[in-house]
Structure formats: C-alpha cells, structure tokens
Ligand binder design. Sequence first.
Ligand SMILES: Cc1ncc(COP(=O)(O)O)c(C=O)c1O
Length: 384
Amino acid sequence: MAHDAPATRPANPRFSSGPCAKPPTYDVSKLSSASLGRSHRAAIGKERLKLAIDRTREVLEVPEDYRIGIVPGSDTGAFEMAMWTMLGARPVEMVAWESFGAGWVTDAVKQLKLDATVHEAEYGEIVDLASLDWSRDVCFTWNGTTSGVRVPSGDVIPADREGLTLCDATSAAFAQDLPWDKLDVVTFSWQKALGGEAAHGVLILSPRAVERLESYTPAWPLPKIFRLTKGGKLNEGIFRGETINTPSMLCVEDYLFALDWATSVGGLRGMIGRADANTAAIADFVEKTDWIEFLPADPAIRSNTSVCLKFTDSRIADGAAFAKAVQKRLEKEGVGLDLGAYRDAPPGLRIWCGATVETADVVALMPWIDWAFHAEIEAQAAAA
Ligand SMILES: Cc1ncc(COP(=O)(O)O)c(C=O)c1O
C-alpha cells in the first residue's frame, strides 16, 4: 500500500557531513567586509586573524598555555603538518576506525615509513584505547565521520604519558568535549560543526608538542607550508595570526560569524546540547522503527554529529542499491540533501547532527525516511 508523503518538510534540507549546514542565522551579507581586499599583514587583517584565534580559545575552552594556529589545507593540512613535523622521534601507535583515520595510517606507514604499530577497528566499532602503548606517540581520530563513532572519554589516556597524542578532531570540535590535558595536538577545519568554510585548518598544540617541535628535527625535508619552527624555535607568529601564506579573509570573516553564532546559542555547552538533541530525535525514530539501526551497536561510542544508520529489513535484496535509492528519493523531494553513507563505509544513511542543524528539521526528516523506505520496498517488490 502506498504511503502518503508527510505533510511537513524540513525548513532546511541540508544534512551534509561536510561542508555542513551554515548557522541558521547566516547570510553572506552579514559578513564584515573591512578586511576584504586588504593585506592579511595589514593591521586590520592581523587583527581579524588574531581575533579568530582568541575566539577559538574562548568558545572551545582551550587552555591558555596551548597555542592555536590557522594553517593551510583544511584539517588535512593541519594534521599532516603535525605528523610531518613531530613524528619519527619515537615509535608510533596508529589508530583507525574509518577512512580518515585509515588515511593517516597510510601517511605513517607508506609515506613517512615510521616505526608504526597499526590498530584498526571495523566500521561501527572503535579500538580499545586502554590497549595502546602511551609511551609511544599515538595518532587517532576523535569522531569517526564516516562510521558514526566517537571516543567516549579521554579517561584512559594517561596524564603522565611519555608519547604525544595527535588527535584529528574535525567532526568533534564544537560538538563534543575534548579533554585538553590528554591531547597534545588537536586539529579541525571550519567546514564541519560550525558550518564554516573549508580550506583553512586549525592546529592546536600543547606545551609538550611545542617542546617536541623545538627539540626534534625530522630526517625528511619539509615544504615551507609545513614549517612551524625557525632556527630550532617555534615560529610564534603563526600562533598570533601571522599565517604561513595568504589566507582567505572572507573565510576568516565567515568563521568569526560562526563563532559569534556559537556564543549566541550558549557556547560549547549550547553547541553540544543542540547536537545531542538532534541525535536524540534520530534515536527516538530508530527506537520505534524495526527496519533501521545505528551502525555502531554500542550507544557509548555513538557520534552526536555524523550519525550513521543502516537498514536491517530482510526484504532488501541489494543493501547498497537500496540505500542509494532511498537517498535519491529524499534528494528528489528536496527534504534531505547529501545524506548517503560515505563511499567507503557500509551502505546506509549518514545524517549530520551538529549544532548548525535545527532539531525541528531532524524531527521533520524522520517521517520522510519512513516514506522513502516504504516507497523503495514497494518499488523493489514491483520490479521483482
Ligand atoms: C575525521 C576527519 N578527518 C579529516 C577530514 C578532512 O577534512 P578536510 O577535507 O577539511 O581537510 C574530515 C573531513 O570530512 C574528517 O571528517
């Protein structure tokens, strides 16, 4: 029997996991333009870049003795900059539970050819962090954007570890608590939980990470874009907003707008609360629906940003084709854009639940998923 289409549509159908939905109050005309068309080294440019750093510290509650820098190449640039400049001093534990973490493993093993031990978990699971050797450097991703998992807490990371912890927090920052005392390098890009623009990365360093940079020189050459030290000393200018090369001042303005919006919804606590409420709306739907499940079975490790779902109905003949067809129906109706599972992940849906997404829109999307599911089951039966 054909199901009627739901009466209510999400006001904003954007559920992409990156670039993510802009803040609800966003309008490009609201971006300040005083710094545009000016040098980033002029007083106005420097002031805006410095403000972006200071506001990042405030909103993310980053300790005063940690450095914050804006670097090229988005999160990838920031994380690889850390890997290339700091790793090699001691053996490394490479930890991965989805494709981005797997990318850092490739960097460590195939490109840098480090003395690396690789720990991997299947999509939907994470590695037991208690099993790692923290006397080594440890590289991991806090939130697995393509598998919908996250590290539940930093408690197992020893405060007195000898190695450094390098954490890719791209889809966690501004949505989850990050235990700064347990993290030596944290990176993210603006395009995720803040709904900012891509291309710029943020690199946050603990005093121990700075100590590594000043005491260790890697055996390999470093391109200018990766160089964080000058004459064996940290290039402190980078952490005051004197970027290595030219940034987009429009992206900086966009980031400043997003940070102001974050403050207006209650700062980090408010942002976490909004992401949690969005995820709860999906959990309610999953709870009462017998043909869909979260990809991660364990609720303790489920993400509140990149929520990954799988279809479990035994009538589904081809899981990948079915999920794609459901996604297409949602796109065609204009009610849910970009919410297919990542290309390397198990088939299903991935719904971004970061704070820039409104809970009312997530709530409105759920009946549409129900509608698209039944429409596709019927289409599959008719074609058989
Ligand atoms: C966990 C994680 N790491 C790295 C990246 C790469 O980010 P970017 O494309 O901004 O460099 C992403 C982007 O989706 C991500 O989710």
